[in-house]
Design a protein around this ligand. Structure first.
Ligand code: KIV
Ligand code: NA
Length: 276
C-alpha cells in the first residue's frame, strides 16, 4: 500500500471520506493499526497512561516519545505517523521547533501534534517555518488536566464554543494541516468543522468531524482504569489474553509444555556420547 501523505489526506477530506486515526505506541500496535487500514497513526502521549501506567499524560518526556515513535515507525507501512509533543516540550516557539524536529529526525515521525489553540499558534508557526507538518489539538487538552479541573467537556456555552472556534482558526492560520477536537459538544465540533478549510479529527466530538481518533487500548478493551464515554470497545481482548497466559502458566506447572515438537533433539550417536 502506498504511504499516506498530506496530499492523500487532503483528497480524502475534500471528497468527504472520513479519516480514521488510531493511536499506536510500539511495533506491534503500529503493525496492527496500520494493517487495519488506519489513515493516520498517532504516537500519543496517552502512552503515559495506557502503556506506562501513569495517572495522566504530564510525566511523559520527549525522549520517551522518541523511543516509542521509533518502534511505531518500524511497524508502520501505509499510515501517516504523527507524534505528540509532550507536556513542557513547547514552552517557547524555539523549543517547539527543536523538539518537533527531534521527533521527526530521531523518532521517524512524519508529523507532530501539540495542544492548545491561540496560545500555541506562535509555536505552530515556528514549527511550520522549520518545515514540520503540524497537527493541532483543542477542546479538552489532557496536558492541562490540572488547570481544567478534571476530565470535562469543553465549549458547552455559546461563548466558550466561539472561543474554541477562534482557537481552531488560529491553528489553521498558523499552518496546521488538521486539528483534533477532544470532548467538545457535537454541534460545536460540527460548526468548527464547517468553518475550517482543514480536517477536524474528533474524539468525544460527535459524528460531524472530518475524522475520528481513538486510543488503541480503548478500542480493544485493554485499559483497566477508565473507559471514557466517548470510546467504544470494538473487542474486549483482556479476557482472552488473560486466559491464554493462564493456560501457559498452568501447562508449565503440569509439565504439558513444552511438548516434543517444541524441543530440539540430537542424533542417537551424539546422545550416547553425551551420556557416556
Ligand atoms: O495522546 C493521545 O492519545 C491523543 C489523542 C486522544 C488525540 O492526543
Ligand atoms: Na495526546
Amino acid at each position: 500500500a502506498k504511504k499516506v501523505g498530506l496530499h492523500a489526506l487532503r483528497r480524502m477530506y475534500e471528497s468527504g471520506e472520513p479519516l480514521s486515526v488510531l493511536t499506536a505506541y510500539d511495533y506491534p500496535s503500529a503493525r496492527l493499526a496500520d494493517g487495519a487500514g488506519a489513515d493516520v497513526l498517532l504516537v500519543g502521549d496517552s502512552l503515559g497512561m495506557v502503556v506506562l501506567g501513569q495517572d495522566d499524560t504530564t510525566e511523559v518526556t520527549v525522549s520517551q516519545m522518541v523511543h516509542h515513535c521509533q518502534a511505531a515507525a518500524r511497524g508502520t507501512r501505509r499510515a501517516l505517523l504523527v507524534a505528540d509533543l509532550p507536556f513542557g516540550a513547547y514552552l517557547t516557539p524555539q523549543a517547539a521547533a527543536s523538539n518537533g524536529v527531534r521527533l521527526v529526525k530521531e523518532g521517524r515521525a512524519d508529523a507532530v501534534k501539540l495542544e492548545g489553540g491561540v496560545r500555541a499558534a506562535e509555536q505552530v508557526r515556528a514549527m511550520v517555518d522549520a518545515g514540520l507538518a503540524v497537527m493541532g489539538h483543542v477542546g479538552f487538552t489532557p496536558q492541562s488536566v490540572a488547570q481544567l479541573g478534571g476530565y470535562r467537556v469543553q465549549g458547552r456555552s455559546a461563548a466558550e464554543a466561539r472561543s474554541l472556534l477562534e482557537d481552531a482558526e488560529a491553528l489553521q492560520e498558523a499552518g496546521c494541516f488538521a486539528v483534533v477536537l477532544e470532548m467538545v459538544p457535537a454541534p460545536v465540533a460540527a460548526l468548527i468543522t464547517s468553518k475550517l478549510r482543514v480536517p477536524t479529527i474528533g474524539i468525544g466530538a460527535g459524528g460531524g468531524t472530518s475524522g475520528q481518533v481513538q486510543v488503541f487500548h480503548d478500542v480493544l478493551g485493554l485499559y483497566d482504569k477508565l473507559s471514557p464515554r466517548f470510546s467504544h470497545q470494538f473487542a474486549r481482548l483482556e479476557g482472552p489474553m488473560r486466559a491464554a497466559l493462564g493456560r501457559y502458566c498452568a501447562a508449565v506447572k503440569r509439565r504439558s509444555f513444552p511438548a516434543r515438537r517444541h524441543s530440539f533433539g540430537m542424533s542417537d550417536a551424539e546422545t550416547r556420547l553425551l551420556e557416556a
